[in-house]
Design a protein around this ligand. Structure first.
Ligand code: PLP
Length: 460
């Protein structure tokens, strides 16, 4: 057998084994069973990722918006290896600790917005949001107000896949595995700034956060949870003044504000954290993804020491909550090194500068392709939408799979992007690693433009 025939056989074997033994996350099972995995990755370097056939792709979405410092960083591998040899695992249950988790909590306190200076560690975004939801309900229970338990999320918000976070999520498709949401979750229309400021005559008032608070009674609401910029729900940037209005609304009614910075944290939007664009400090903040650039699993919920002290004063026993891998030493060591890279290489600033280039490129697409509209972006978190008739806001028929077709055409041209098609939307998300350079952004725009052209020619 020739070398290339052997390689082909090994790819075939991997595909068959994948079909036989691997149930993929967020993948149509039938499609995977019939066609096998679309890509089997083998290696990555910088902003590029290579599959087992040797084809190299630009990762235009940083995998799952998480590989912020790019692939193949030797210093992260060395850090992980050194930590494993030094202390492979150390529990922080039962009042135990270890050095890297302490150093990471201290580092996070120094970079987080406002007075957020205490961290609880998890293994990812869902666990962080689940923890935040449990903490606020625990707080009100300890305070003698157990009825203050309702959580208000936003429509199109995404917070994860555990039972609580699925219930807080406002993207209906992500509820297809449950028969009912957990008790005590409500959803408001996103980004209704005027309503949140108190405009009761606004037609959307009843469906705004303020309208829901008024209907349910603030004495029954524990918290509002929202992403500073909605990611999975469409890269939806809030209007100026929105987050501040929500902050003030929460203060007015003694309701916790939880911000989900799982995508927006650690430089993605051109600030270290998304809320900094609007000068808002939440009561609790969830992070994950970019904290380690995806090199290893880690998440955290941050709060102020004032809130922690209140919990301490009211508690008698332990907070019966913790994950075996809360504060895993290897994950904490990698996170520290990853944050060091982000700071040393000026990646927050680079994300801001490259984000401007990217947005310029998307606006250029808008000028040159009449099926595109609503180009938006903050730092390296951007999106553009596809419309049959953009002037009338008429979308493409669902059976045309507009955004998935354009994304597939990009893949043919060795660029990975992500379609966001929830609620009939046809958006394409673009979120390359924070190390991207001008030339990379230009290549991404060029390929996206060619792919839109191809689709346009087919359908118009
Ligand atoms: N929150 C947001 C905003 C996310 O985008 C995600 C994942 O995409 C999550 C939470 C869930 O994080 P994880 O998949 O790490 O549980």
């Amino acid at each position: 057998m020739t070398k290339s025939a052997a390689a082909e056989n090994s790819v075939k074997e991997l595909r068959e084994l994948d079909k036989k033994h691997f149930l993929h996350p967020t993948t149509p099972i039938k499609e995977q069973q019939v066609e096998g995995p679309e890509l089997i990755f083998e290696s990555g370097k910088g902003i590029r990722i290579t599959d087992v056939k040797g084809d190299e792709y630009i990762d235009g979405v940083s995998s799952l918006w998480n590989v912020n410092v790019g692939y193949g960083r030797k210093e992260l591998a060395e850090t992980a290896s050194e930590q494993i040899m030094k202390l492979s695992y150390g529990s922080s249950f039962f009042n135990q600790s270890h050095e890297v988790v302490i150093r990471l909590a201290t580092k996070l306190a120094s970079i987080a917005p406002g007075d957020l200076d205490v961290s609880f560690f998890t293994s990812g975004g869902s666990e962080s949001n689940e923890t935040a939801i449990k903490i606020v309900r625990h707080y009100w229970k300890l305070k003698g107000q157990p009825e203050k338990r309702l959580i208000i999320g936003l429509e199109n918000g995404y917070h994860g896949v555990t039972m609580g976070t699925t219930s807080a999520t406002g993207v209906p498709e992500f509820k297809n595995m449950i028969t009912e949401i957990a008790p005590g979750f409500l959803h408001a229309l996103p980004h209704q700034t005027e309503c949140e400021k108190g405009d009761k005559l606004h037609p959307n008032y009843e469906r705004s956060i303020r309208g829901i608070i008024e209907k349910e009674g603030p004495e029954n609401i524990a918290a509002v949870i929202l992403e500073p910029i909605q990611g999975v729900g469409g890269v939806n940037i809030p209007p100026e003044g929105y987050l501040k209005a929500v902050r003030e609304l929460c203060d007015e009614h003694d309701i916790f504000m939880i911000t989900d910075e799982v995508i927006t944290g650690f430089g993605r939007t051109g600030k270290m954290f998304g809320v900094e664009h609007w000068d808002v400090v939440p009561d609790l903040m969830s992070v994950a993804k970019g904290i380690t650039s995806g090199y290893i699993q880690l998440g955290a919920v941050m709060m102020s020491s004032r809130l922690r002290d209140e919990l301490a004063d009211m508690s008698e026993g332990p907070m019966f909550h913790g994950f075996t891998y809360s504060g895993h030493p290897t994950a904490c060591a990698v996170a520290l090194k990853n944050i060091e890279i982000v700071e040393k290489e000026g990646l927050v600033e680079n994300a801001r500068e490259m984000g401007e280039e990217l947005l310029k490129g998307l606006k250029y697409l808008e000028e040159n392709h009449k099926i595109t509209a609503k180009a938006r972006g903050m730092g390296l978190m951007a999106g553009i939408e596809l419309f049959k008739d953009r002037d009338r806001g008429e979308g493409f028929a669902p059976e045309l799979f507009a955004a998935p077709t354009v994304v597939a055409a990009c893949k043919q041209r060795n660029l990975i992007l992500r379609p966001l098609i929830f609620g009939g939307m046809n958006a394409v998300a673009i979120a390359p690693p924070l190390i991207s350079q001008k030339q990379d952004i230009e290549t991404i725009i060029e390929i996206l433009s060619d792919s839109i052209n191809e689709f346009e020619q087919k359908v118009l």
